[in-house]
Design a protein around this ligand. Sequence first.
Ligand code: IPD
Length: 269
Amino acid sequence: MQFCLELAILAARAGGQHARLNRHRSSDVHKAFAHDIKLQLDLECQARVVDTIQRHAPTHAILAEEDEGDVAALPGGPARASARAADAPLWIVDPIDGTVNYFHGLPMWCCSVAVQQGGRTLAGAVYAPDLGELYTATADGPALLNGEPLRTSETATLEDAIFLTGLSQKNESDAVPATLVERLAQSVQKIRVLGAAALDICRVARGHADAYWEPAIHLWDMAAAGLIAERAGARTTVLSRRGTRVSFVATNAHIHDAVTQLLTARHSP
Ligand code: IPD
């Protein structure tokens, strides 16, 4: 477990530092989409992370954001064919989570690295260089921010809660329905959209936010941060899953039932 944590930190730092040191190239767009971009640095930072993992754990499998198209079709799940053994640990990598923030010079972006085995997350690191924040956890240890223990908030009611979500527009059917945003806005103290899912979930771990939900984030957005939140006292729920996409909730536990009821009530007549 300790080996996994140390390697996750090393890899997240390698990716994050590459992005930070190459900020002058942050407008090198690799591909532009409606409402989203893929930067050259997304690819380069992923290569840094993957090289670091493969140097220290050459037999492990890797699922990384920028391989999305290539890995989806692999048998047995989306992991690199080259290094895959049936029970090999699986590293899950988002080289730059919050790419659009990074592109615009906003500091809320991070490099996220988790390792799972048998579907259980063993360790995770979320590194946000511009904020000077390194969030870490193992499955049997505390959640830490820069080495200091984290604890979720004590907020006990929705009306006192800060609620984070994301307005991903990659796929219209995955967008948060406007009516649900209205209902959330009426029920919680404030909704905030900060633009990097892994950091949002870490903010629940830290107690700066009370709940996070997004209907279609990818495993690489939440694998490390989900563990960090849980080890800080959060409750998490995957409401639904499609391929590598999940509808994911993380709360301070006190308001978990209220949040999930509110989110699932939209399906009721
Ligand atoms: C995105 C960010 C954003 C969230 C999207 C993610 P990316 O990740 O986390 O906050 O709303 O769902 O896809 O594309 O910047 O790695």
